[in-house]
Design a protein around this ligand. Sequence first.
Ligand code: ZN
Ligand code: ZN
Length: 94
Amino acid sequence: MEIQQEKLKSKYCWAGKTATAIRPIKSGQENSATGGDCICARKRGLISCVCCQKSFMGRIASRCPQHPEVAYLMDSRNCAFCGAAAKYLQIDEV
Ligand SMILES: [Zn+2]
Ligand SMILES: [Zn+2]
């Protein structure tokens, strides 16, 4: 029973996805058209927190100037350990 409901749900989700603001990022074409200010494809780095002195891999959440409507849920807005705000986080690109 459970499984069948799940299947139905994902079918609907998939159908509705085309209407959402989050879309896959195409590097290249879109980049050159908009001047190359896009930070969507930036690499992950070692984020260190000045509050708790711990570090973890990821990206600090930042709004892309070219795609302000796109949100990256995996990006960190806070320290993973102590929850400090992004302004207390520093990133070392690796
Ligand atoms: Zn972008
Ligand atoms: Zn911290």
